[in-house]
Design a protein around this ligand. Structure first.
Ligand SMILES: [Zn+2]
Length: 961
């Protein structure tokens, strides 16, 4: 039957709403506090956003069914510059943005006009996102909703900041930051196009010179100074003669631009074409050596100074560029210069096992590189760099550094050159190109007297490390990523000049940055309820108030009086915090691992006592659309609310979850949606068929299928606990199909009409396990199955105390015999008139179980088994058929261990009785003929082909005529 998804969505959403089902207050039950990174409302949600929230919702609904009092709240993050930037673009009548609002996001025109006010943008999308979350069926307690610009939240952030400052974790200093020159503001991940976190690398600038003029080169490997043979410039670049503080440098224009942000005083004097520098000689900064400046095309103006020192023994580019000149591939080189180049010999300064004398030459040959524009040079460089870094040692021609390992010598060499005054530091963005959301290329800026969170602080890191170690991280492989982030983390600017948010309490020219005011807000949910109801006013929320709620410090009567609330109310707010804290699970996308999630832990470990540190982090990958990345430019972004109208909430939820486990990218496509719809619709149809009042039968197949159902519950529960939701869904939707098929075959063969009760039980179990995933349709199915309570309020199905291994073993024997019969018929192509089955002699079964027990305790030696079996009376017949032991051992060893255990628990089966009683109906139903069953040792048996002796336990012999 076609299901009207939107109608069902509405019906159940309204019922949940009326029953206030997801409004969670403290009670006697154990709690779970599940949070997910709140959205930044600068555009509507699309299907990709749906993944993290859906995961958290499934998690919440699952725990509710497991008997927990679950709080799942939501807030909205208004803080930051992007919304401000958007409103500026609206003010400037930016066509592209206004078009996107109109056509992509369907914003009414009158609304767009209001968007000159950034708060109006945030408010609009806030409501849009919230409506989408409600339509998706998220079980959120909306009484606790807030935005990050409400006065109470600002009071809370002020408390956080003053607290961090008192602990000396917010420091004023000069540190590098990613920077947008246009906005004059630091940039972090949330401010850049494509959400790139700006990261930077420190180059050592080494100052060669021609007379009074400096020819600087920037390098990551200062130790290679000992192997320099020449410098490289690109003749196509027009360099600049620049006054840098008090010196005159020759550098690229790009370099001059970047140096300005690194606190250098820059004054451009004139152009210097690269070609003019060719053939000039520079002096080494550390000795009397002189080096030629030579042309090379691989040199770029955008990296470092635009001038490169040449270390041909260890740098493949340098080696190849020299080769290119020698081979006459460089034009504009005078003959006299060509002769001098011919004299240049690579100077090997590092020995690394596995490389010959001149490693660069070595690798170039190996990779078949023939000119400096070959992209393989990049790989060659990486190979040498990493091998030399970890395994290389400096040669005797490196003075005081001889014999030292490269990995440890970089800092020493840096210091040594620095003492000569002939070096400097230059910071560059590591990421190829980072653009601010305003479109401007970002740079590294050395910010003076700025406010920084001291994430470089070792004690702080150690504490966070301890928390990460003790917490549950799903999937667990991502734990090391957090440790790496902690290792690399340094001071981080926490103030911005523009944007929405909270002012730095002691320096009102600055605003708290958006990745700093979003790290402990989970604790604010516990009091947001009281703020929203007006029971506590922002004006009355002081540090003293927060210290009481979070730490219990101060005198409650005084604190209450100052907060203008009763002592009882104060205690209630404190109890609410104590009940729900700590956060039991924090959900977020993988892109927030290196920033938000790490900062979330860092801030918790210093602002809260250990018992309030977060317990779990769950990280998920992104969503692809038809196998492609979703992006505005691809035009494949589907706003979530449009998709809900088109497909219904539940099919979307399942389509997002069923294609991937946590960290993998999920793929959303219409094919999987229609597959899911079909499956749900057929389950929905079945719900009307099976009556729940009928008693469940006691036939072997009834006992068997309930054992299987118990196993299904166990499997789904185990996957749910690990948040392996794809696996859970597969089990629930498809994992029971073959069991049901077998059950129906058995029941139909016996013409049973009393199976509705057991089928109802099976379906109810599956529907109830489905309900966290597809909550709306599951409620509808549950109602159809004859339940009056809502499934969202029911308990998660329990596994039966004991699964009946004998029943499992019996059915598996029956189905394998049926398979064997059908295979024989297929191969021999005969139309069967009679089927005869011979079950193995009793002693064989005894011998089988002895071997089984032996194998389970690790014995596999045939000789030992034979000896043992012959020595006992009940199995001495083995000596008549020693080959039997070999076959049985093979049978057993080819089975999975789990199956062996089931067989052990089930014990020996009376196959003769089982097959006589249960298989006849199946044979009659499938082939319309009678079945004869004999025991191997039956002297009266009909055995014209002498087949009976072939019978083995679990493998009866079969004769088809
Ligand atoms: Zn910008």
């Amino acid at each position: 039957m076609e299901v009207n998804w939107n109608q069902i969505d509405d019906k159940w959403r309204n019922k949940w709403h009326e029953a206030k089902d997801f409004e969670t207050d403290p009670n006697d039950k154990p709690k779970k506090f599940i949070t997910v990174a709140y959205p930044y409302p600068n555009s509507p949600q699309h299907i990709g956003h749906g993944r993290t929230y859906t995961l958290a919702d499934v998690h919440s609904r699952y725990y509710r069914m497991r008997g927990y009092n679950v709080l799942f709240p939501m807030g909205f993050h208004y803080t930051g510059t992007p919304i401000l930037g958007m409103s500026k673009r609206v003010q400037a009548n930016d066509e592209e943005l206004i078009e996107a609002f109109k056509n992509l996001y369907n914003v009414p025109e009158e609304k767009i006009k209001e968007f000159v006010d950034p708060v109006k943008i945030a408010d609009y999308f806030h409501e849009e996102i919230k409506a989408g979350m409600i339509e998706m069926g998220y079980s959120i307690d909306w009484r606790r909703e807030f935005t990050t610009i409400i006065p109470a939240y600002q009071k809370f952030i002020e408390w956080q900041f003053r607290n961090l400052k008192e602990k000396n974790l917010i420091v004023q200093g000069n540190h590098p930051v990613g920077w947008c020159p246009n906005d004059q503001n630091p940039v972090s991940q949330h401010d850049t196009l494509g959400d790139v976190e700006p990261d930077f690398t420190e180059y050592i600038v080494i100052k060669f010179n021609i007379g009074d003029e400096i020819i600087p080169v920037a390098t990551l490997r200062p130790e290679t100074l000992f192997g320099v043979t020449n410098l490289w410039i690109n003749p196509k670049i027009v360099y600049k003669r620049v006054k840098v503080d008090k010196e005159t440098w020759i550098i690229s224009a790009e370099c001059a631009y970047k140096l300005e942000f690194l606190n250098k005083k820059i004054e451009i004097i004139e152009d210097v074409p690269g070609s003019e520098l060719i053939g000039k000689k520079v002096h080494s900064p550390t000795n009397e050596n002189e080096f030629l400046i030579l042309p090379a095309s691989f040199v770029t103006a955008t990296t470092g100074t635009g001038i490169v020192m040449s270390v041909p023994a260890h740098a493949p580019y340098d080696f190849q560029a020299l080769e290119d000149i020698r081979n006459g591939n460089q034009k504009n080189i005078e003959d006299s210069l060509q002769t001098e180049v011919g004299k240049i010999q690579p100077i090997a300064i590092i020995t690394t096992e596995g490389f010959e004398d001149i490693p660069a030459q070595n690798v170039i040959k190996k990779m078949g590189i023939t000119n400096q524009d070959d992209p393989k040079l990049e790989d060659a460089t990486k190979e040498i760099y990493s091998k030399e870094f970890y395994e290389g040692k400096l040669n005797s021609n490196t003075g005081e550094f001889a014999g030292k390992k490269i990995a440890f010598v970089k800092e020493e060499v840096k210091e040594w050159i620095s003492k000569t005054g002939k070096s400097d530091i230059m910071l560059e963005l590591t990421n190829e190109s980072v653009k601010c959301r305003c479109g401007t290329e970002c740079v590294v800026k050395l910010l003076n007297n700025q406010w920084f969170l001291d994430y470089a602080n070792k004690e702080w890191k150690a504490k966070a490390h301890e928390c990460f170690e003790s917490m549950n991280i799903l999937p667990n492989d991502i734990r090391t990523e957090f440790f790496n982030v902690l290792d690399w983390l340094r001071e981080r600017a926490c103030a911005r000049q523009h944007g929405l948010g909270t002012k730095i309490p002691w320096d009102n020219d600055w605003l708290v940055e958006s990745l700093a005011d979003s790290v402990i807000y989970m604790s604010f949910y516990t009091m947001a309820k009281f703020v929203n109801s007006g029971e506590i006013l922002a004006d009355n929320m002081s540090d003293e108030f927060f210290n009481y709620i979070f730490y219990g410090s101060g005198n409650s009567d005084t604190v209450a009086e100052n907060a203008k609330i009763t002592t009882d109310k104060l205690e209630e707010i404190r109890k609410e915090f104590l009940y729900f804290y700590p956060v039991d699970s924090r959900h977020s996308g993988r892109d927030l691992v290196p920033n938000h999630l790490t900062f979330f832990v860092l801030n918790h470990v210093v602002l809260f006592p250990k018992e309030h540190w977060p317990k779990e982090i769950v990280v998920n990958g992104s969503v692809m659309m038809d196998g492609k990345k979703m992006s505005k430019s691809m035009g494949n972004i589907i706003p979530l609310r449009d998709a809900i109208k088109k497909y219904g909430a539940d099919p979307i939820r399942l389509a997002i979850l069923i294609s991937a486990e946590l960290l993998q990218d999920a793929d959303f496509n219409s094919e999987s949606i229609s597959g899911i719809k079909n499956k749900l619709e057929s389950m929905y149809d079945d719900c009307a068929k099976f009556n729940n009042s009928e008693k469940i039968g006691n036939n072997p197949e009834d006992i068997w299928i309930q054992s299987r159902l118990s196993k299904l519950i166990l499997e789904v529960t185990e996957s749910m606990e690990k948040m392996r939701l794809r696996e859970s869904l597969h089990h629930i939707l498809y994992g029971f199909d073959s069991e049901l098929q077998w059950y129906m075959k058995r029941a139909n063969a016996k013409n049973r009409n009393d199976i509705s009760g057991v089928l109802n039980k099976i379906l109810s179990t599956r529907v109830s396990m489905l309900s966290p995933f597809a909550p709306h349709i599951a409620e509808e199915m549950w109602e159809r199955l004859g339940n009056s309570e809502m499934v969202s309020k029911s308990s998660w199905p329990k596994q039966e105390e004991q699964t009946d291994d004998a029943a499992v073993q019996n059915e598996s024997l029956l189905s394998s015999v049926m398979n064997d019969i059908s295979n024989i018929i297929k191969v021999t192509k005969i139309t069967p008139k009679t089927i005869t089955i011979y079950t193995a002699d009793n002693w064989k079964s005894k011998a089988y179980h002895k071997i089984l027990i032996g194998v389970n305790s690790g014995e596999t030696n045939i000789g030992i088994f034979i000896k043992e079996l012959i020595s006992q009376k009940e199995t001495e017949n083995v000596k008549k058929d020693p080959d039997f032991v070999k076959k049985i051992l093979k049978d057993i060893l080819s089975e999975p261990t789990e199956l062996r255990k089931t067989k052990m628990n089930a014990g020996a089966i009376d196959e003769n009785i089982l097959i006589s009683n249960e298989l006849s109906s199946l044979i009659e139903a499938d082939y319309g003929i009678k079945l004869q069953v004999f025991s191997e040792n039956d002297s009266e048996k009909y055995d014209p082909k002498n087949k009976a002796r072939m019978a083995r336990p679990y493998k009866p012999a079969i004769l088809i005529e």
